[in-house]
Each structure stands twice: as C-alpha cells, then as structure tokens.
Design a protein around this ligand. Structure first.
Ligand code: BDR
Ligand code: CA
Length: 312
C-alpha cells in the first residue's frame, strides 16, 4: 500500500480553503487529483475563480478545477461574505487569471473519477457537502470507491451560524446527511478543534519569515481573515478551520479523534444543520464517524510552516 493519499478536494475558497489548497498541492504525502468547487463562502462563480487564483499563484495550473452545484439540495443558498468578503477571497492582490475551469461538472467528475479508479480515493470536503451528496445520489456505486470522507464541518459543542450549527453543514444539511449515512468512514474536523488553531499575530509573523510565494499569500489572506474574525467573533486570530483536514492526512498524530455515532439534524427546527455527535456513545448506536476532540496546536503550526516552506 502506497503511503501517498489520493484525494479530491471539494472546497469553497474561502481564505482557509485557500491554505488547505496550498498544503494539499504541495505535500509529497498527498496526490491532489482535482479540485471541485462549492457554493458556500461565496457564489459558485466566485469560489471557482478563487480556486484558480490560488493555483495560478502557486504555479499549479496542472491541477484541474471543476465547478460544482450552484446551490444546496433543498434549502435556500447562503454565503459568508461578512467573513470572506465580496470576492470570497478579499485581501490579496491577484494578477489576471489565465487558468481556465474544466468543462465537466464537478459531480460528473467525482462520479467518473471514483468509478474509474482501481484504488479507493479519499474525499476531502472543506465547504458544504453538496457535490459529494449529489454524486452519491447520482451513482451510488461510487460509495465503495470512497476510502474515507474527511471534512471540515460541524461541532459537538456549539455552532458558528446558529447556536447549534456550523456553516458548512447548515449550508446544505441534506447533503451532509447523505454523506454521513453513506456507509463510508467519516473523519469530522469540527469547530471543537478548529477554533483552537487561532492564527494570532505571532503565527502570521512566523509564516512571514518563510518569505516565499506561498507564505506571502498566507500573510495576505490572513490580514483580511483575522480582521473579520476578530470583528465578528472577537477571536484574537482567525481560526484556520479547513487546513485541519489536510494537516491530519499529512500528520495524523496532530489531531485526536474519537469514534462516535453522529446524525445530521434535517428537521428544519431550531437545530437544523446540527451535527448530533454522541460523545459518550451512551446510545450504543453504530459508529459512523471519527470526531476530532483535541489538537496539538504547536505541532499544527509546525506542519503548516513545513508545508509552506516546500514552495520556492
Ligand atoms: C467553515 O466555514 C467557512 O466559512 C470556512 O471556509 C470553513 O470551511 C467554518 O465554519
Ligand atoms: Ca471552507
């Protein structure tokens, strides 16, 4: 068995998604087969363009980008312009984009890639789970080709959009429901740990010292992200949510997971979009998820620095 993890990264860049892209594209432990985009932090047109901006910046135009669904399965569309700005990636000054999107739809790409693969592929989602949920409904036979689903989303404590729900899950609870019940192992990096990896000014200074194109982008991204996170949530640094998925794939010892039975609330009540994680396994129900419960914050930043240093 190869120790390189083949992934498809489904994302809605997004400042923290952009960092996840840089880590996934550069790590020798990961083969990034393709990027699929979600409507989430901004509209699908904007998040797709943002994925191209990041890839062009780091010189990885060889990684194909497929535009995904224009909105969620059932509920009305949401964005997070208050955090990520009008473009979805406000802050850095990007040059004109010459990279182009692939013509194929993201859902079609996910289905075809999984069906054609001889080895199972890891699906990483750092946005709403619409494309993956749609792909599972479009061709249920893909499920056995999924090695695991690694997502940033949810929380066993409180949410960040409602007291109960986290942004990626509440953007499309029905899609998350399909993914969590598909039968493949789910590794959930929720707010419980992602709110611990705060990109405080000392971290930004540390990454600035690397002095390459990836760290330059990191610093410019964090200038906007940390400001809005402070204004809205009062955090002393932006929680670097999405890279938790990729850091865990690169260095699993950094994040501690606990097996739990998790359901997604699709009842449309006050807790719509909540990840109900049975932390104590009191209900003795089948385990369908491994939920992140602790993160070694110092090691987290070590891994991020090490990965950004791979760029010239
Ligand atoms: C999640 O929501 C988005 O705004 C971030 O990119 C992250 O994926 C955090 O709740
Ligand atoms: Ca995201």
């Amino acid at each position: 068995m190869s120790d390189i993890t083949k992934i498809i990264l489904d994302c809605d860049p997004g400042h923290d998604d952009a960092v996840a892209i840089m880590l996934a594209a550069g790590s020798p432990k990961i083969e990034l087969l393709g990027i699929t985009t979600e409507s989430g932090n901004q509209t699908i047109e904007k998040t797709s363009r943002n994925a191209l901006k990041v890839l062009q910046w780091i010189g990885r135009g060889d990684i194909p980008v497929y535009m995904g669904c224009k909105g969620p399965m059932v509920r009305e569309k949401m964005t997070a312009a208050d955090i990520h700005g009008e473009t979805g990636l406000d802050g850095p000054a990007f040059p004109e984009i010459t990279l182009k999107l692939q013509e194929k739809h993201a859902v079609q790409y996910i289905v075809e890639t999984l069906m054609a693969s001889e080895e199972p592929i890891t699906m990483v989602t750092t946005g709403p789970m619409t494309n993956l949920g749609m792909a599972i409904r479009m061709e249920p036979a893909i499920v056995e080709k999924i090695d695991k689903i690694v997502l940033m989303g949810g929380s066993y404590q409180n949410g960040n959009v409602t007291p109960a729900a986290e942004f990626n899950i509440i953007c499309d609870p029905e899609a998350a429901y399909i993914c969590f019940t598909c039968g493949r192992p789910v590794y959930m990096m929720g707010l419980d740990i992602t709110r611990k990896v705060l990109c405080v000014p000392e971290v930004v200074e540390r990454m600035k010292k690397i002095g390459n194109k990836a760290s330059d982008l990191f610093v410019d991204l964090m200038a906007h992200f940390c400001r809005t996170q402070k204004e809205i949530f009062g955090f002393p640094g932006g929680p670097l949510h999405d890279p938790c998925t990729i850091v865990w794939l690169i260095a699993p010892d950094v994040i501690t997971l606990k097996p739990m039975h998790t359901t997604i609330d699709i009842s449309r009540g006050e807790s719509y979009g909540r990840t109900n994680c049975d932390f104590f396994n009191y209900q003795k129900k089948s385990i369908n998820s491994n939920v992140a419960v602790a993160v070694d914050v110092d090691r987290y930043w070590d891994v991020i620095e090490e990965e950004l240093r791979r760029y010239s």
